[in-house]
Design a protein around this ligand. Structure first.
Ligand code: HEM
Ligand code: HEM
Length: 225
């Protein structure tokens, strides 16, 4: 096998999802810090993050094989075996996420879904109110606000770990996973032989994205019908 051979790994929807999520997460901070006083941009940005994360849950069930949860959610034994293989120059190979990376994917998705949902119940107690504050007791609203303010830093810590892991593979294992998330292709030598991406159509991804946006819209508006 030639060393410069590339193997398709990530479909276009998964790559677009990833880099859009990164941009929106950064924007969540920017729109809080520098946005309008009513935090309109921050809230719309939050709805977009919620939509994306819901979409990714659906893509994890119905998407291409490397994007499916069944492909990368593994039990403790697989996680341990993989961690042990990290001391070898060439760790265990995976077409998609390794079992440890898979855990971080799930953690980030759930944390972002939680963060966005708490935002709906958060108020700054001056002028800004999340759209569902009226549904909760003042104790619940206060708890949601605390979780929302803390949650950002927890996610930031996970992101720091996530980026450090990507740099670890790049520097110590010579595996450029970051480029793979951009181009969609991994180097053949870090992929198990015979495995391939079974791509689902991007149109299906668009339909699932529309369903996710509809669900967020419904969650915000159903109370007013
Ligand atoms: C706000 C920041 C970030 C968040 C919330 C985030 C979240 C995620 C998620 C959810 C995935 C799984 C993708 C999927 O299967 O759909 C992922 C994968 C990945 N991310 Fe990020 N990410 C962030 C920043 C970054 C940055 C800055 C880099 C690069 C320096 C990066 C590199 C990667 C790589 C290489 C993968 C694939 C890992 C693998 O091969 O298993 N991420 N990220
Ligand atoms: C996952 C998406 C979100 C992220 C990453 C995020 C992030 C943040 C951050 C960093 C802050 C500043 C916290 C601080 O004072 O230290 C904040 C505040 C706030 N967010 Fe979000 N947010 C998200 C979604 C939402 C949503 C969907 C809403 C409502 C629709 C919302 C409503 C608010 C409000 C009202 C505040 C002001 C809280 C205060 O000043 O005490 N957020 N958010």
């Amino acid at each position: 096998m030639k060393s410069n051979q590339k193997i398709p790994t990530w479909d276009l929807p998964t790559r677009l999802f990833h880099w859009t999520l990164v941009a929106l997460f950064i924007n969540a901070y920017l729109t809080f810090e520098f946005g309008d006083v009513n935090m309109t941009y921050h809230m719309w940005n939050g709805y977009a993050i919620l939509t994306l994360c819901l979409y990714r849950l659906l893509w994890g069930l119905f998407g291409s094989n490397t994007a499916r949860f069944s492909d990368f959610i593994k039990g403790p034994k697989a996680v341990f075996t993989y961690l042990m293989s990290l001391k070898d120059p060439m760790p265990q190979k995976f077409l998609g996420h390794n079992p440890v990376g898979g855990l971080m994917v799930i953690a980030l998705l759930l944390l972002l879904l939680g963060q966005g949902s708490m935002g709906l119940f958060t108020t700054d107690e001056i002028i800004v109110e999340g759209p569902l504050v009226f549904l909760a007791s003042s104790d619940m609203v206060s708890l949601a606000g605390t979780l929302h303010r803390l949650g950002f830093w927890v996610i930031l810590a996970c992101v720091a770990l996530h980026v450090s892991a990507a740099l670890f593979y790049l520097i110590f294992k010579k595996e450029n996973l970051i480029r793979a998330m951009v181009t969609g292709n991994k180097d053949a030598e870090i992929v198990p032989e015979g495995q391939e991406l079974k791509q689902q159509s991007s149109f299906k991804a668009l339909i699932l994205l529309a369903c996710s946006a509809g669900t967020v819209w419904l969650a915000l508006n159903i109370w007013h019908f």
